[in-house]
Design a protein around this ligand. Structure first.
Ligand code: G3P
Length: 226
């Protein structure tokens, strides 16, 4: 796997540390690390900050979620067409904090593909990883919910679920790229993710809540390139 296929996705979630003007500041830091290291860094800012972040950076910006509905007379939802119109390049789907039905994921992945948007489908265990990879998204991201936001990386707490996710996902759809997340904070964690067969990591608190996010991002970028 070449270094250019290695990815760090930073989910800003709804943390205040990564909201409003601070979303733009953090996205610019991510952009500077992507420029300095050559690693692809994708950011998923809070939904109200999508447009301001897209206007401020050239790295890919993703939505944190999409709803399986047509744009128009709906309120408080986000259609893929709205994401496309914002200028975002893709979307997370089925995050542990925003689950979707498999029928909705299937429809969203197909529709995203037709519209040129990338999809990252989050999964919580092996059967879900297998099923979601079979829908042929760009990425699946294995994130055991009990480890999200915690201090121990999934790569240390449960390395088997990461390597097995790679195996079952690639068997279901050889073209899928696999990420892992939950508790990932260091270059060591990211390097272990690569060693376990992934293309990189999806993380949040390790960057968003860091006192020096640039230092953490440089460490993560070095880790995925090891
Ligand atoms: O989407 C990433 C996420 O759920 C992992 O969160 O805070 O454990 O890096 P965190």
């Amino acid at each position: 796997m070449s270094a250019s296929e290695r990815v760090v996705i930073v989910n800003f979630k709804t943390y205040l540390e990564s909201s409003g003007a601070r979303a733009v500041v953090l996205a610019r830091i991510c952009e500077s690390v992507a420029d300095e290291t050559g690693v692809t860094i994708v950011v998923a800012p809070p939904m109200p900050d999508l447009a301001s972040v897209i206007a401020a950076v050239t790295i890919p910006v993703f939505s944190q979620h999409a709803d399986d509905l047509k744009p128009g007379s709906t309120t408080g939802h986000v259609a893929l067409e709205n994401i496309l119109a914002s200028g975002a390049k893709g979307t997370l789907l089925n995050h542990s904090e925003r689950r979707l039905r498999i029928s909705d994921i299937s429809s969203l992945v197909g529709n995203a593909k037709r519209n040129g948007l990338s999809t990252v489908v989050c999964t919580n265990d092996l059967p879900v990883t297998r099923a979601c990879a079979g829908l042929e998204p760009d990425f699946v991201a294995i994130e055991p919910p009990e480890l999200i936001g915690g201090d121990m990386s999934v790569t240390t707490a449960n390395p088997e679920i990461v390597s097995e996710s790679v195996r079952v996902a690639k068997k279901a759809f050889p073209g899928v790229k696999v990420l892992c997340g939950a508790g990932v904070k260091t270059g060591e964690d990211a390097a272990k993710a690569i060693e376990l067969g992934t293309n990189g990591v999806l993380l949040a608190s390790g960057v968003v809540k860091a006192s020096d996010p640039k230092r953490v991002l440089l460490d993560l970028a070095a880790g995925v390139q090891r």
